[in-house]
Every structure is written in structure tokens, then in C-alpha cells.
Design a protein around this ligand. Structure first.
Ligand code: ADP
Length: 163
């Protein structure tokens, strides 16, 4: 009998990836055979990094984890999950404020495709207040963010803001 591959996707903007994202992905990847970051186009959010740059930063930052892959998508997350044979979507939950939006999304995704499960994880408390906007603001204003992002991401941010 063929082995069933249990795959989960981790969708988001990841502009750029930081240690909170990596914390969630690392722990979720241990529970599944494969985890795929799916980088949303999200041009309406006017990201600092292009889709390709965001994907490359994720690949570089997670290459030590064998069962993590990266792809890009546009459209409905549940469709992407189905097309890539994933059985679940993982999202991070930091504060109660995240819950409201995530709850709505999970309900809608359940309506769109009840076969795709929505799972949530809280990060290590060191990362509970971390988000990509804060990361960018600190670097833009000359602060040191190295405790919260991989080295490659720190370099990419410094290079963006020195242009
Ligand atoms: P969004 O997908 O809402 O555009 P992000 O790309 O920053 O935002 O986040 C992708 C996913 O990672 C979301 O589920 C978000 O809640 C989660 N996330 C973001 N920052 C953290 C963090 N510090 N700790 C845990 N999860 C996080």
C-alpha cells in the first residue's frame, strides 16, 4: 500500500519572514511529512520585498529543515491547498486580536472546502509581539533586529533601506 503523505501549507505574506514564522513552521513541520510555505501575491499590501525575494528569503532561512518547501500563490488558499494535495492550513496566533480575523477566515475556508482543516499554533513567548511591520520599522530607523530575524533577512533589510 502507498504511504499517505500528510502535507500542510503555511500561507502568508512573509514580508519578510522572521523568527516567529520560523518558530511556527519548525514545530508544525515535525507533525507532518511536509510543510509548504505559500507566499501570497498580496500586491494590495504593497510589500517591501517582491514575491520572489520573499520566497528566496524563506528558502534560505529554512534550508536546515528537510521537509519544508516554498511556493507562491494568488487566489484562494483552500484551492491552493487542494491543488497541492495538502490536508491542512497552519496559521500562527499571537494575541486575541489575531483570533477574530483568523476565526472568520477559518469559517470561510471550511465553507469553501470542508476537507481542508485549519490549525493554529501559538509561538514561543519571545515572538508573541513580533510582526513583519515592526521588523521593517526597526531596521528602517537604524535599530538592531538581529535577535528576531535570520542573518540573511537582516542583510536583505539593511540593503533595501540603504538603496
Ligand atoms: P498575513 O498572512 O496576515 O499577511 P504574515 O505573513 O505576517 O501575515 O503572517 C503569516 C502567518 O504567520 C499568520 O498566520 C500570522 O498570524 C503568523 N505570524 C506572524 N507573526 C507571527 C509571530 N510573531 N508568531 C507566530 N505567528 C506569527
Amino acid at each position: 500500500m502507498d504511504k499517505i503523505i500528510r502535507k500542510i501549507i503555511y500561507p502568508g505574506t512573509f514580508d519578510p519572514i522572521h523568527n516567529g514564522h520560523i518558530d511556527i513552521a519548525t514545530r508544525a513541520a515535525k507533525l507532518f511529512d511536509s510543510l509548504e510555505f505559500v507566499v501570497a501575491d498580496n500586491s494590495e499590501k504593497n510589500p517591501l520585498f517582491s514575491g520572489d525575494e520573499r520566497s528566496q528569503l524563506i528558502s534560505d532561512s529554512t534550508q536546515h529543515i528537510e521537509n519544508i518547501k516554498v511556493s507562491q500563490f494568488k487566489g484562494l488558499v483552500v484551492n491552493h491547498a487542494k491543488n497541492s494535495n495538502a490536508i491542512a492550513i497552519i496559521r500562527g496566533l499571537r494575541h486575541v486580536s489575531d483570533f477574530e480575523f483568523e476565526f472568520q477566515m477559518a469559517m470561510m475556508n471550511f465553507h469553501l472546502d470542508p476537507d481542508i482543516a485549519s490549525l493554529f499554533m501559538m509561538p514561543d513567548e519571545k515572538y508573541i509581539h513580533l510582526n513583519s511591520t515592526v521588523v521593517k520599522d526597526v531596521v528602517k530607523n537604524g535599530g538592531d533586529i538581529s535577535a528576531f530575524v535570520p542573518i540573511g533577512v537582516n542583510k536583505a533589510l539593511l540593503s533595501k533601506y540603504s538603496q
